[in-house]
Design a protein around this ligand. Structure first.
Ligand code: ATP
Length: 497
């Protein structure tokens, strides 16, 4: 992860927000290459999800909505994470990410150890238990640790569990609910009547505007409403770079189906659609897996939730959640607003509230996934037989921030630079391209490899003196071949869609 974070900063993908003031935890800025990459991810999703389908329409709802929306949706009462404070260090932890285990020697509990959630939580707790036993000079056989998280701690255990910050017991509080919605006030008054929230998800916009979309007459069940936009969550422990931040961007779609429709089939189809989409933007299938939420952990209205998980360097984590939510959301808004959210069934002549399948994904999590999956360092041998390291980002041409770099072989040959600039201008009308005339050609290739540019085109003497073709150099194979201008445009047309 450190290498990827460093590359993101060095090449202008992602910066810490407000860095000159020391940064602000859980917020990030996207630099020149980062915005391009992010925009491409959004555009691919929008094109595939909305424009290329006949059954899905788009929406852009406001970020601040009527506070009653969040009461009806259950967010005011229930959008909480369990929070544990350390009174000594003033650190705060998400209780379900803070693990502990009793140290058991010869069947007797002799103390407790704790560790924050990581790939090796259990191993870390075991090591700490061994150190504890050794330091206290306790004789006997140490049992294998049985990790639990703080939500599972018994009241009498809490005072005995050491804080990860101080290593000492006695300072951790019992878990309490912490609402993750950011509050603000609308208008000049700052009293209870002006309280509003920054949306923690985009989904409620689609439910609240459901009737507006239906009444515009463009849609018939089954149909979806899709939205891309910022969401805000006051996460207790933002971490893993942009994986869990406090301001992030979501791409969500609500697919409304008949109350009698086969929701399970539809749910499965959407899971597969989302999986295939991730593969289409370059994520390796081997890094993707499915996690079905156990029935007992589902909300009472939920019929089922499956997450598409991605193998990040810090562990296998949720990338895309696909939830079958019944008709809970529309039902809640109908009840709270007094406005029915029904559809009339022409065959049965009955009204009903549609059910919904909701695929919800974070743009930032996809962006991090493509960077992690695409990053490689490899040894390559140049024409003179020297071995050197190259850093390469294997990004799909669909989302790569720069599609083609145009390179005149020599900087001081007017004929070469003029032809290169002409091609550059022509390509620029349709694609994000980069013109670079500085330095040895090998070095220029490396610079493009590092930012994931799939192709470099070199304008050389053959271009000018012979048939007008260029040298096309491919990022992943590093192979070169001659290509005409028409062939170059045809290649881009096929690969960048
Ligand atoms: P998690 O369990 O990781 O907190 P969640 O189940 O609360 O996520 P959802 O409410 O289902 O997440 O949100 C849908 C998607 O939005 C997630 O799959 C993820 O891609 C993205 N997302 C959620 N929270 C964050 C965050 N804090 N930072 C970045 N992306 C997020």
């Amino acid at each position: 992860m450190d290498t990827i974070v460093a590359l993101c900063k060095r090449r202008g993908f992602i910066f810490q927000s407000s860095e000159i003031y020391g940064g602000i935890n859980g917020f990030f800025d996207y630099g020149p290459l980062g915005v391009e990459l992010k925009k491409n991810i959004r555009d691919c999703w929008w094109n595939d999800m909305v424009r290329r389908r006949d059954d899905i329409v788009g929406l852009e709802s406001s970020i601040i909505m009527h506070p009653k929306v969040w009461e009806a949706s259950g967010h005011v009462a229930g959008f909480t994470d369990p929070l544990v404070d350390c009174k000594a260090s003033k650190n705060r932890y998400r209780a379900d990410q803070l693990f502990f285990a009793p140290v058991v020697v010869d069947g007797q509990t002799v103390g407790y150890v704790s560790a924050l959630e990581s790939e090796r939580t259990a191993a870390e707790l075991q090591e700490k238990a061994e150190t504890f036993k050794r330091k206290k000079a306790i004789q006997g056989k140490l049992d294998a640790v049985q990790p639990r998280d703080m939500t599972e701690a018994k009241p009498e255990e809490i005072a005995l569990i050491p804080s990860p910050a101080t290593g000492e017991p006695g300072s951790l509080t019992a878990p309490r609910s912490f609402n993750m919605m950011f509050q603000t006030n609308v208008g000049a008054m700052t009293d209870a009547s002006s309280v509003a929230y920054l949306r923690p998800e985009t989904a409620q916009g689609m439910f609240v505007d459901f009737k507006n979309v239906v009444d515009t007459g463009r849609v018939k069940l089954p149909f979806g409403i899709a939205q891309i936009g910022k969401s805000f969550r006051n996460e207790i422990t933002p971490r893993n770079f942009i994986f869990r931040s406090r301001e992030f961007e979501q791409m969500e779609m609500e697919y409304f189906i008949h109350e009698d429709a086969d929701w399970d089939k539809c749910h499965k189809e959407w899971i597969e659609w989302c999986r295939q989409w991730l593969i289409s933007v370059g994520l390796p299938e081997s890094h993707l897996s499915l996690y079905a939420h156990p029935k007992e952990k589902l909300a009472f209205y939920s019929k089922g939730t499956v997450d598409i998980m991605f193998k990040y360097p810090f562990g296998v984590q949720e990338l895309w959640g696909i939830a079958a939510r019944g008709n809970y959301d529309l039902g809640q808004h109908a009840q709270a607003s007094g406005k029915p959210q029904d559809i009339f069934d022409e065959t049965t002549k009955k009204k009903f509230t549609p059910h919904v399948i909701e695929p919800a994904v974070g743009v930032d999590r996809i962006l991090l996934a493509v960077l992690c999956a695409g990053y490689a360092e490899e040894d390559v041998t140049d024409e003179k037989g020297n071995v050197e390291k190259r850093t390469v980002l294997r990004l799909s041409p669909r989302i790569a921030p720069v599609k083609v770099a145009v390179l005149p072989l020599l900087k001081n040959k007017e004929q070469l630079t003029a032809r290169a600039k002409e091609l550059y201008k022509k390509l620029q009308r349709r694609y994000a391209v980069f013109y670079d005339e500085g330095g040895a050609i090998g070095r220029r290739y490396r610079r493009q490899d590092e930012i994931g540019t799939p192709w470099c085109v070199t304008i050389d003497f053959e271009t000018i003196e012979k048939d007008g073709t260029f040298t096309l150099r491919e990022r992943d194979s590093m192979q070169q071949k001659r290509i005409s201008e028409a062939e170059l445009f045809a290649l881009l047309e096929e690969k960048v869609y």
